[in-house]
Design a protein around this ligand. Structure first.
Ligand code: SAH
Length: 345
C-alpha cells in the first residue's frame, strides 16, 4: 500500500491533481491484484459467497436464455469480474445434467487481476470446465457464437467522475497532496456532460453529480457484441434506476467503511451504479427490477427448499438466513438491482 500511495503522490507531484476516475481506476486495479478480498475473513462478501442459491438461480436463467436462442451447439458464456469464481462454479454444478448444455458452452472470463484469474481457474477446473479463456477487456473478446453474459458487482468497480456545483458552475473532483497526505480537491471541468436531470431539477449549491463514461462504454460494447451475434446479458449491482444528485463513493475494508484516500489501494473502492444512462443504451431490450424480484421470479425459494431437504437443523438455519439476506428489502433485496437485456426476437 505504501508503495502504491507513494506512486500516486509522485504522479501528482509531476502532473498536478489527479481526476477522480483516473485515481479510482488505479486504486481498483492495485487492490484486486494484491489483496485477499472476499468472504468473512476478507474485506466484503458478495451474493455468490453468501449462498449457492444465488448462482443456482443465475444458472437456471442462463439455461433458459440458451433455450430461447434455440439451444445452439456452441455459445459463449462470458462472466465479467468473476472474483473467486464461486458464481461460475455454482452455475456449472447446477447445469451439469442439462442435456448438451456443457458441450455447447465456451467459457470466457473478463478479469484483469492475475491473482484472481488463478483462483477462478481452480474453481472452474474443479467443475470440469474445458476451453476457458481470459481477457482483460470485453473489447479483446472475439466471438462468432451467440453470447450470454453475466456481471455481478462488476459495474460498481468501473471508474466514475464526480462534479460539484458551486456559484452557478461545475468543478471536477480530483485528488491532490498536502503535507504529504492525499487530499480531495477540485479542478476545472472541461466537458460538461449533457444530463436531463440538470434541466428537470436545478442543482443546489454544493450538489454533487456522478457519471461514468467507463460504465457506459462497457455496456455499449456488450450491446454491440451481443446485438451482432444474438444473446443476453445480466448485470447485477447496487444502485438506482433514476439519476440523482449525491456522493456515493465508498471504500470498504474488513467489512467497514473507511476513508477512500487513507486506504487508497488497500480497500475496495466503488460507487453506486446509476443505471439510468445504462438502460438508455439498451432501450427496448431491457428489463430492470430489484434483486428480490429477479431472484423470486427465477425460483430462489424452490432452490432454497431443495437444498434444505438434506440439511441439518443448524444448516437449515444458515440457508434461511442467507436467502433472507439476498432477498429482504432491508438487506440486499432492494438496494441491489438487476438489468436483464435480450437481443433476440
Ligand atoms: N463477481 C464477483 C466479484 C466482484 S468484485 C462476485 O460477485 O463475487 C469485482 C471483480 O471485477 C473482481 O474480480 C475484479 O478483479 C474485477 N475487475 C475490476 N475491475 C475490472 C476491470 N476494469 N476489468 C476487468 N475486471 C475487473
Amino acid at each position: 500500500m505504501a508503495d502504491f500511495q507513494a506512486q500516486i503522490k509522485a504522479d501528482i507531484a509531476l502532473n498536478g491533481p489527479m481526476r477522480l476516475d483516473i485515481f479510482f481506476g488505479r486504486c481498483v486495479s492495485d487492490y484486486y491484484a494484491n489483496h485477499h478480498i472476499f468472504g468473512a475473513k476478507g474485506d466484503f462478501v458478495t451474493a455468490p459467497e453468501i449462498s449457492q442459491c444465488f448462482g443456482e438461480v443465475i444458472g437456471a436463467w442462463v439455461v433458459a436464455r440458451w433455450h430461447d436462442l434455440g439451444c445452439p451447439a456452441a455459445f459463449h458464456l462470458i462472466e465479467c469480474g468473476p472474483g473467486n469464481g464461486t458464481l461460475m462454479a455454482d452455475i456449472l454444478r447446477v447445469t451439469r445434467h442439462v442435456p448438451s448444455f456443457h458441450c455447447a458452452l465456451r467459457l470466457c472470463f473478463i478479469e484483469t487481476s492475475p491473482a484472481l484469474r488463478a483462483r477462478q481457474k481452480t474453481a472452474v477446473e474443479a467443475c470440469s470446465a474445458r476451453d476457458v479463456q481470459w481477457c482483460d477487456d470485453i473489447n479483446d473478446m472475439k466471438t462468432e457464437y451467440p453470447v450470454i453474459l453475466i456481471a455481478n458487482e462488476f459495474l460498481d468497480a468501473l471508474s466514475i467522475r464526480q462534479i460539484i456545483y458551486n456559484n452557478e458552475s461545475w468543478a471536477e473532483r480530483a485528488v491532490g497532496v498536502r503535507n504529504d497526505q492525499l487530499v480531495w480537491g477540485y479542478m476545472p471541468l472541461l466537458d460538461i456532460p449533457h444530463v436531463d436531470l440538470f434541466e428537470k431539477t436545478k442543482p443546489k449549491q454544493g450538489a454533487v453529480f456522478e457519471f461514468s463514461p467507463r460504465r457506459e462504454l462497457f455496456v455499449a460494447q456488450v450491446k454491440a457484441m451481443i446485438a451482432m451475434q444474438k444473446g443476453a446479458a445480466l448485470f447485477v449491482d447496487y444502485g438506482h434506476g433514476v439519476s440523482d444528485y449525491g456522493d456515493t463513493v465508498q471504500a470498504v475494508k474488513s467489512h467497514k467503511f473507511v476513508d477512500p484516500l487513507e486506504y487508497a489501494g488497500n480497500a475496495d473502492l466503488t460507487s453506486h451504479v446509476d443505471f439510468e444512462p445504462l438502460l438508455r443504451h439498451c432501450v427496448g431490450h431491457c428489463d430492470f427490477v430489484k434483486q428480490t424480484e429477479f431472484l423470486q421470479r427465477n425460483g430462489i425459494e424452490a432452490r432454497r427448499d431443495a437444498i434444505m431437504k438434506n440439511a441439518s437443523t443448524a444448516q437449515r438455519d444458515d440457508i434461511e438466513k442467507a436467502v433472507h439476506r439476498l432477498c429482504h428489502e432491508d438487506e440486499m433485496g432492494t438496494l441491489f438491482k438487476v438489468m436483464e437485456c435480450r437481443w433476440y426476437p
